[in-house]
Design a protein around this ligand. Sequence first.
Ligand SMILES: N[C@@H](CCC(=O)N[C@@H](CS)C(=O)NCC(=O)O)C(=O)O
Length: 216
Amino acid sequence: MANLTLTTFDWVPPPPRGFVRDLRVRWALEEAALPYRVASVPFGDRGPSHFAHQPFGQVPWLTDGDLSIFESGAILLHVGGLSEKLLPTDARGRVEATEWLFAALNSVEMASLPWTMSKFMGHPTDTAAWKFVDDFLKLRLKHLETVLAGREWLAGSFSVADILMSDVLRVVDGFGGLADSPACRAYVARATGRPAFAKAHADQLAHFAAADKARA
Ligand SMILES: N[C@@H](CCC(=O)N[C@@H](CS)C(=O)NCC(=O)O)C(=O)O
């Protein structure tokens, strides 16, 4: 029986709420109906024990007994190993879900992150640097659009790959970046329409709202 504790920040400022990456882990754990507790580390003062779990001083990490796992992709693969609902057990299904999990992080999020950060920071869009970032993401979305136009989920049934891909895409969607990608937009709506997403999202918002109260 797994003994799971998810660690996130004790507080973050309002803009990233609803998008902090512990949401991916909460979502997976809710989908798998696995019991877990949530622990907090200071957002402000990140000490050695934080870096011992997450070498970049970030969140999330998950402990399962005496195992400690950082990187949301690695965490979701671990959770997938605990539940067939999220990662198929047959070789082909597992490989497909794993491929798409890495694609979400290493092909799409690596292109979307500079794009969403530039939008968030309000960087000018009439520069060569912006054009590079924008074209790079658009090319990835163009190919993903073709894939998603032909299937409901990335690897057969809903899997950890869909949690990561839709979580990456919903940030882009929030800045209007899926306007020319109707299949990607419909996919995000389909994924985030799942009850487990709603629960994970509400729980993250409640976690940070409780921190506001405690600070007041
Ligand atoms: N690649 C890491 C990224 C983790 C990450 O960016 N975490 C953010 C919260 S969503 C964070 O801790 N930001 C604070 C910082 O980078 O100092 C993962 O997927 O787990």
